[in-house]
Structures are given as C-alpha cells and as structure tokens.
Design a protein around this ligand. Structure first.
Ligand SMILES: [Zn+2]
Length: 263
C-alpha cells in the first residue's frame, strides 16, 4: 500500500467513524444549509424583483418628467410667441395680474419698463432735435398707485357732492379700474410738454401720431376706435408695442385690439 493510498484509507475510516457518530448532527446541518441557501435565493429573488420594479418606476417617471419638461417648454414657447411682452393686452376684458417690471427711472419720478426705455429715449431725443419739449407726465403705476388714483378721483367727485356710487361711476370714465390699466405694465406713457402750453402739447402729440410708430410706440386710444378700445380718445396716451407691430398697425390703421384680433 503506497503512502497516498494509506492516507486515503485513513481519511475514509476517519469520515466513516465520525460520519456514523455525527449522522444526526450532519443531517441537521445539511438541512440548515439548505434552508439558508433557499432563504438566500428567496432574498435574491426579492431584491431582483424590487430592482425591476424600481427601475420601471424610475424610467416611467423619467419619461413623464421629460414629457412634462417638453410640454411646459412647448406651452411657454407658444405663450411667448402668442403673447409677446410687447403685445400684452390690458383692458376691461383683459385684466392683468399685479406685475412689477424691471424699471428704468425717468425724470420727475416717472419710470418705464426697461425694455422700452431706449426706444422712448430715441423718440424724445428726435422730438427735442425737432424743437419740441416732450415730457412724460405719467408712466408706470403699481396696482396700489392705480387704486390710489381711482380713490382720489372718486373722493374729489364726492367732495363736489356726488354720491359714492355716482362718483365712482364718473371716476371710472377717466381712470381705469386697478388691474385694467396699461400703466401697470410699464409700457404706457402719458405725454405732455415741459411748458404745459396747450399748443406745445398739441405739437408733441401731432409729432408722435406721425412718428411714434417708427420707434415702436402707438397712439393707444385714437378717435374713431372708442367702440373697440372702450376708452375715449386720449391724445396723450402712448403705448410701446415694438417696431414691427407699430409699423403694421400704422399701415393698416388698426388699434391694438384689432391688430391682436381681439376687437
Ligand atoms: Zn395713460
């Protein structure tokens, strides 16, 4: 018997001896191992299933998020093109939410939306070069300021003896209800002349009727359009709409409501 065979025989007898003696324990241990293995397999399956579910939720969610982003981009870009900030329509039928534009201060405590400032400045420079003396009399008004103007106008009519309701009715003929005034956009100006002389004012207004469209501004409430704008002729009130729209409205003889198809 070689050394290797002897060793093998020793191992076998060793295993048999202990095997018999410990057979019960070994069976128990084998069962425990099987149970452990099957438990581990179950855990593995559960983990895999959880992973699949999680992945599904994640990808579906990702897909929805991407869709939402696409949708919101689609909506915002269509809003952007449909309602260009320059073409915002504010009137009785289209009240606006309180909104504070980025403002550029003018003289006399007035201010306009910074985006229309350069075109306003260009227009006033050219008017002054033409020998006129334009002045912005009223421009951006916050919701509170618009309310104050209305309240003060009502109070002045009441001081003249009108009842509150009649005073309010009368005030609303010249002062817009807060939320319906273009002045809250920062894109509207009331223009007069520095001298306040009536001829000088007329000269400024006439020049602007003829030329303001070249700078992106329009006479907002012209005579003959009262039935559309709902506002009496206001020769002093100009509105920024941008060069393209101002040119089109000038050429077609349209007011803003007509231009926007809202007449
Ligand atoms: Zn005005």
């Amino acid at each position: 018997m070689g050394a290797q065979q002897r060793q093998l025989a020793r191992r076998q007898s060793y295993a048999r001896g202990y095997g018999r003696a410990n057979s019960q324990r070994q069976i128990e241990a084998a069962r425990r191992r099987r149970r452990k293995r099957s438990y581990a397999a179950k855990m593995l399956c559960a983990a895999a299933a959880a992973l699949v579910v999680f992945a599904c939720i994640f990808f579906v969610h990702l897909d929805v998020s991407a869709l939402e982003v696409q949708q919101s981009q689609g909506i915002s870009s269509s809003i952007e093109s449909e309602s260009d900030w320059r073409l915002v329509l504010v009137n009785d039928a289209h009240p606006m939410d309180p909104y504070k534009p980025d403002l550029t201060q003018l003289r006399y405590g007035e201010a306009v939306d910074s985006r229309c400032y350069l075109d306003l400045q260009r227009m006033f420079d050219d008017m002054r070069a033409a020998g006129l003396d334009p002045k912005v009399n009223s421009s951006y008004r916050s919701r509170q300021q618009q309310q104050k103007v209305l309240d003060e106008t009502i109070a002045s009519y009441m001081a003249d003896g009108l009842s509150r309701s009649s005073a309010r009715e009368k005030a609303l003929k010249t002062v817009a209800e807060p939320g319906t005034s273009e002045h809250e956009t920062g894109l509207a100006i009331d223009v007069t002349s520095e001298s306040q002389g009536s001829d000088d004012k007329e000269d400024v207004w006439n020049w602007m009727v003829e030329h303001s469209w070249e700078y992106g501004w329009i006479l907002r409430y012209p005579a003959g359009k009262e039935h559309i704008t709902g506002i009496d002729n206001e020769p002093w009130h100009f509105r920024y709409v941008g060069a393209e729209a101002a040119r089109a409205m000038h050429e077609r003889g349209q007011c803003l409501e007509e231009y926007l198809g809202q007449a």
